[in-house]
Ligand binder design. Structure first.
Ligand code: NAD
Length: 437
C-alpha cells in the first residue's frame, strides 16, 4: 500500500466540483477556514492489485480510496469499477459524498474508491479475485468507524459480500458494518436495492406537491438504465408518470405515449440491451419504440429529465440544448460548473445530485445501524424512514432556495456547508483560538 499525498494538480473534475463551495459560502453559516479545509481531501491511498487471470497470466489493476472529510463521522462512499476511473474523479466523488451526507443529515463524512478495470471483460472468478485483492490492499485504511465502502457504478451486492468476507478474514471476526449494499443474507438491508431511485422519486413527489403536477401529464426521460435509473422510472411509472425515453451506454429509445416500464426492465435485464429481440420460449418480440441517440434524449421536449448514468453530461456547450424545465440529477456530477451557469441562466429547476441521489447512502446508513445493533428492520420501516429523511432534506433545500432566491444546487451546498461547519467549528477555528480561551 502506498499513500499518495496528492498526485494531481491542474484543471480536473475535482477542481471543478469544489468551485461550488465558493458560490455557496455566501449563503452558508460557516467559517472561511472550514471551507478551505474542504478543498483538500484528508487522505488518499493508491494501490496496485495483482490478479491471477483464468489463463494463468498476471494482471495488475490500479485502485484508489479517497477520504475527503470525516468531521461529521466516518468516511462513506462507494467503490466504482470502470475503465475511466482516475484519481481526480475519485476525489470529486468523495467530495460529493461529504456534501450529500450533510444534506440528508446522516452522521458520515465523504469517501470514495475506484479500480481502473472494465469488469465486463473479467470472468466471475477474476472479478472475485480483484474485489478481494482490492480490499486486502485498502484493508488498513477502511473500517466500520473510519471509512465504509458501498457499491457504485459496475459494482453490486455480491461484490460487497466478497469484500466484507475478505475484510472479516483480515480482522479474524465477522465485521458486516465495514461495508454496505451487501446481500441480505450477509447483513444487507431490505430496501437498499432501490434506495437511490426511491430517494429521487420522493424528491419528485415533493416537486409534484409544490408545483401541483398531474402525474399523467408529466413526460419523463431517463438517461442511464442501470440500478438507479430503472428504479426511479419504475416508481414514477407506478404513479402514472409517462416515461417516454430511456437510454443506456448503447443508445436510447423513445415512445410518445410512454413505456410499460416493468417490461422494459425485464427486457433490458434479460437481453442486456434496451432495443433487442427478446425471446421467451418460442415467442420473440422487440421493444416497440423509436431509436434515439443519447444527445437526442438530452434535448427532448419533456417535463422532467433524469440523468442517471455518469458525470459531465451537461456542459457549457450542450446545456443550451436542454428543453426540459426540470432536471433531477440521479447520477453523481452530471453537470459541470459551466453547464450549471447555462442551466441557471435558462431558469431550469435542477434538483442537484447531492440531494436527489442521497437515498442510496441514507439506506446504507440504515444498513450500518442495523449491523451494529444486530436487529433488522422490515422493508416498510426502511422506506418510511427514507421518505421522512428525503422529504425533510428536499423541503429544507427548496425553502432555502426560495428564501434567498438562489438555485437549488447552491442552496443544497449552503445547507450542507452550514452542517459541516458546525462540526468543524465545534473543535475550534481561528476565531476561537485567537480569542485566547
Ligand atoms: P449502473 O452501473 O447500475 O448503471 C449505469 C447505467 O448507465 C447503465 O445502464 C449504463 O448502460 C448507462 N450508461 C453508461 N454510459 C452511458 C452513456 N454514455 N449514456 C447513457 N447511459 C450510459 O450504475 P448505477 O448504480 O445506476 O449508477 C448510475 C449513477 O448514479 C452514477 O453516477 C452513480 O454514481 C449514481 N449513484 C448511484 C447510486 C446507487 O446506489 N446505485 C447511489 C448514488 C448515486
Amino acid at each position: 500500500m502506498t499513500t499518495a499525498a496528492d498526485g494531481d494538480r491542474g484543471g480536473n473534475i475535482f477542481d471543478d466540483a469544489i468551485k461550488r463551495l465558493d458560490r455557496a459560502f455566501e449563503f452558508a453559516e460557516i467559517d472561511a477556514e472550514a471551507v478551505e479545509r474542504l478543498k483538500h481531501p484528508r487522505a488518499i491511498v493508491q494501490v496496485s492489485v495483482p490478479v491471477r487471470m483464468d489463463d494463468g497470466s498476471l494482471r495488475i489493476f490500479e485502485g484508489y480510496r479517497v477520504r475527503h472529510d470525516d468531521s461529521r463521522g466516518p468516511g462513506k462512499g462507494g467503490v466504482r469499477f470502470h475503465p475511466d476511473v482516475n484519481l481526480h474523479e475519485v476525489k470529486a466523488l468523495a467530495f460529493w459524498m461529504t456534501c450529500k451526507c450533510a444534506v440528508v443529515g446522516i452522521p458520515y463524512g465523504g469517501a470514495k474508491g475506484g479500480v481502473v478495470v472494465n469488469p465486463k471483460e473479467l470472468s466471475r472468478l477474476e472479478l472475485e479475485r480483484l474485489s478481494r485483492g482490492f480490499i486486502r490492499q485498502i484493508g488498513e485504511f477502511i473500517g466500520p468507524e473510519s471509512d465504509i465502502p458501498a457499491p457504485d457504478v459496475y459494482t453490486n451486492a455480491m461484490i460487497m459480500g466478497w469484500m466484507m468476507d475478505e475484510y472479516s478474514k483480515m480482522q479474524g471476526q465477522r465485521t458486516p458494518a465495514v461495508i454496505t449494499g451487501k446481500p441480505i443474507p450477509l447483513g444487507g438491508s431490505l430496501g437498499r436495492e432501490d434506495a437511490t431511485g426511491r430517494g429521487a422519486y420522493y424528491c419528485i413527489k415533493e416537486l409534484e406537491r409544490q408545483k401541483g403536477w398531474d402525474p399523467g401529464r408529466i413526460r419523463v426521460a431517463v438517461q442511464g438504465f442501470g440500478n438507479a435509473g430503472q428504479h426511479v422510472a419504475r416508481l414514477l411509472h407506478e404513479d402514472n408518470y409517462r416515461i417516454v425515453a430511456v437510454s443506456d451506454s448503447k443508445g436510447g429509445i423513445f415512445k410518445q405515449d410512454g413505456f410499460d416500464v416493468p417490461s422494459l426492465i425485464r427486457f433490458k435485464n434479460e437481453s442486456r440491451q434496451l432495443k433487442a429481440v427478446y425471446c421467451d420460449g418460442s415467442v420473440c418480440e422487440m421493444v416497440d419504440a423509436d431509436t434515439i441517440s443519447n444527445e437526442e434524449l438530452l434535448a427532448l421536449d419533456v417535463d422532467v429529465l433524469v440523468p442517471a448514468a455518469l458525470e459531465n453530461v451537461f456542459t457549457g456547450e450542450n446545456a443550451r440544448k436542454v428543453r426540459a424545465p426540470v432536471i433531477v440529477e440521479v447520477a453523481n456530477g452530471p453537470t459541470t460548473s459551466d453547464g450549471d451557469a447555462v442551466l441557471n441562466e435558462a431558469k431550469k429547476l435542477v434538483v442537484p445530485d447531492i440531494l436527489a441521489n442521497a437515498g442510496g447512502v441514507t439506506v446504507s446508513y440504515f444498513e450500518w445501524v442495523q449491523n451494529k445493533q444486530g436487529y433488522y428492520w422490515t422493508e416498510p420501516e426502511v422506506q418510511e424512514r427514507l421518505r421522512e429523511i428525503m422529504t425533510r432534506a428536499f423541503n429544507a433545500v427548496y425553502d432555502l432556495a426560495e428564501r434567498r432566491s438562489i438555485d437549488m444546487r447552491t442552496a443544497a451546498y449552503a445547507y450542507a456547508l452550514t452542517r459541516i461547519g458546525e462540526a468543524i467549528e465545534a473543535v475550534g477555528t481561528q476565531s476561537f483560538f485567537q480569542a485566547g480561551h
